[in-house]
Ligand binder design. Structure first.
Ligand SMILES: Nc1ncnc2c1ncn2[C@@H]1O[C@H](COP(=O)(O)OP(=O)(O)OP(=O)(O)O)[C@@H](O)[C@H]1O
Ligand SMILES: [Mg+2]
Length: 252
């Protein structure tokens, strides 16, 4: 079995045979507010603080200062980690959907397929440079959904997704890519990127009788015996905690 990388998330390691497969790409899928950014950041921060593994975050959603102050609420001091040469923040918000709206009237470069591919290639190049700069072992890209706004055509989107995930696998770091799912539910369409990655984790909020429960499922993790039960998780000021023995839907 491949070497495992501790996830930093209480309860998750035991669901995936001790951690994520080293050097592989894990997709974290969830609705808005499900905790994707927190889970991914916890993986990075615990990696830095407990396992001596440097980290890079590629953020398409939010800028650095806002991110640092949000993460401080969990006691995760990314600013200090950056100052110590253990963390780098790659601001890719210019590629996100908001940026697209601004660019609309701008040039051909950003609207042509070639132009969009070049931007993704450039992003990978920038990321590779940052990984080398601090010898990073952990990477997060948050979120793929923001990038895919560029590729409305399904075939363009699939190609871009394949290229990006392949490129991330080649970088050699253990990587979480987050993405959004519009329609949450127990039955859902499989996203194309799920076939390309080595692991898939799904985070969702279930509503029942006026109460809500956060639930997580490891849908796949290559090279590992996994617990694929839908299990509850919580978010509090320490971050995310998963309760793997409290199955929501139990085998009889
Ligand atoms: N201290 C806390 N205690 C309880 N819940 C919290 C705390 N801090 C954040 N949350 C919850 O965490 C969620 C936000 O987490 P996060 O930003 O990781 O979600 P996300 O999936 O990345 O969302 P988005 O799609 O908006 O990027 C919200 O539902 C918020 O209520
Ligand atoms: Mg987020």
């Amino acid at each position: 079995m491949s070497e495992r990388v501790p996830t930093g998330v209480e309860g998750l390691d035991e669901m995936v045979s001790g951690g994520f497969p080293r050097g592989r790409v894990i997709l974290v899928i969830g609705g808005p507010g499900s905790g994707k950014t927190i889970l991914a950041s916890q993986f990075l921060y615990k990696g830095i603080s407990q396992h001596g593994e440097n980290a890079v975050l590629v953020s398409l959603d939010e800028g650095k200062n806002h991110y640092y102050s949000e993460m401080n609420k969990f006691g995760w001091d990314f600013k200090k980690a950056e100052a110590e040469g253990k963390f780098l923040f790659l601001d890719a918000t210019r590629l996100s959907r908001v940026a697209i709206l601004k660019e609309k009237m701008l040039k051909e470069e950003t609207s042509s397929l070639r132009g969009k591919q070049l931007q993704v290639d450039k992003l990978i190049e920038d990321l590779q440079a940052k990984i080398q700069q601090i010898d990073a072992k952990r990477v997060v890209l948050d979120t793929l959904a923001a990038l895919f706004y560029r590729f409305m055509d399904p075939i363009e989107r699939r190609t871009a997704g394949q290229d990006l995930i392949e490129a991330l696998s080649d970088l050699g770091a253990t990587t979480i890519v987050t993405t959004e799912l519009n329609q949450l539910g127990l039955e859902r369409n499989i996203l194309e990127e799920e076939f390309l990655v080595h692991g898939v984790i799904m985070m969702q909020t279930l509503y029942s009788g006026g109460a809500t429960t956060r639930a997580l499922q490891v849908e796949k993790m290559r090279g590992a015996g996994v617990n694929t039960n839908l299990v509850p998780y919580t978010i509090d000021r320490n971050g995310i905690e998963i309760f793997p023995t409290m199955s929501l839907f139990r085998d009889r």
